[in-house]
Write a protein that binds this ligand. Structure first.
Ligand code: ADP
Ligand code: ASP
Ligand code: MG
Length: 290
């Protein structure tokens, strides 16, 4: 069993999602796989900005939300065969209607709690994973989409919830071993508390989702698919001659991530280290080099 996590850039548009599908197909030819996806790149920021505008009685939340909806609909139109688009388009519209309803409530009350913010941002990963799931179905790639909120249980610290590993490990293991599926798809970042209220694992938390699932299922490898080819000596966006570090210990990776190497969200390392799982940082846009 391998766990593959695809970040926001990797699922930012239809072209990139097609690359993801090709990578998943290749992985499946060797082993069963669990795929974890982030929201379409930038979506979480837009959702936060949108609902914050609503809380300030700023009507611009409507245009922000409709631009984000358009972007998601466009991805579906480019990704899916024409005769199979309609159910996914209406699913996307339904989700955006729900977000709009929540934003209207926030607008009227002028109040935005951390709980409501988590409720809103969760739609990013729900949408990306449901769109990818529809694409896999259109390609007859049998898989099981799982709602991560039903398997990852946390406390109620909205925005940065702490995982209850006793409950979570059991439920992750159960859902992955039930049935005989070779491919599972999970939205990253999202979870729920003991009362089944939606929580999130902190910004960048999809890496952590993947690590939690890898540790619970006894996976040997966790692949973090992103827009760089490994952990590097520095952020390549800031330092032009940053180099990929070919091998790095858990403690060094932990240190680098704590000092701002956002390619791996710091809490990701702990569950992976405990189970001695190999982490590979791979480039979605240069998979052949890996
Ligand atoms: P994803 O959306 O795939 O999770 P992120 O944007 O969270 O991707 O993380 C990848 C980015 O992390 C890279 O584009 C790179 O600019 C940045 N980064 C910062 N420090 C490092 C580092 N030391 N090594 C690699 N990438 C780094
Ligand atoms: N979408 C979430 C964020 O932007 C989680 C992630 O991408 O890892 O923080
Ligand atoms: Mg990230």
């Amino acid at each position: 069993m391998r766990v593959l996590k695809f970040g926001g850039t990797s699922v930012a548009n239809a072209e990139n999602m097609n690359k993801v599908v090709a990578i998943v197909k290749r992985a499946l030819s060797e082993d069963s796989a669990i795929v974890v996806v982030s929201a379409l790149g930038g979506t979480t920021d837009v959702l936060i900005d949108t609902v914050k505008s609503a809380s300030l009685r700023d009507e611009s939340f409507k245009t922000k939300l409709s631009a984000l909806e358009k972007r998601h609909l466009q991805v579906v139109k480019e990704l899916m065969p024409v005769d199979q688009q309609s159910s996914t388009l209406s699913l996307v519209k339904r989700h955006f209607n729900e977000i709009e309803n929540i934003c209207e409530g926030v607008f009227l009350l002028q109040e935005l709690s951390p709980r409501t913010l988590d409720n809103v941002v969760a739609y990013g990963e729900l949408l990306s994973s449901l769109i990818l799931s529809a694409k896999l179905t259109s390609l007859k790639m049998t898989h099981q989409w799982m709602d991560s909120r039903e398997v990852i249980t946390t406390n109620s610290n909205f925005g940065n919830a702490a995982v209850d590993f006793d409950i979570t490990n059991k439920s992750v293991k159960k859902c992955v071993t039930d049935g005989n599926k070779k491919l599972f798809l999970f939205p990253g970042f999202i979870s729920s508390d003991a009362n089944k209220v939606t929580t999130t694992l902190g910004r960048g938390g999809s890496d952590y989702t993947a690590a939690i699932i890898a540790a619970a299922t006894g996976a040997k490898v966790l692949e973090i698919w992103t827009d760089v080819s490994g952990m590097m000596t520095a952020d390549p966006r800031l330092v032009s001659n940053a180099k990929v570090i070919p091998n790095i210990s858990y403690s060094e990776a932990m240190e680098l991530s704590h000092f701002g190497a956002k390619v791996i969200y710091p809490p990701t390392i702990q569950p992976v280290m405990e189970k001695n799982i190999h982490i590979l940082v791979k480039n979605t846009f240069a998979p052949a080099d890996e």
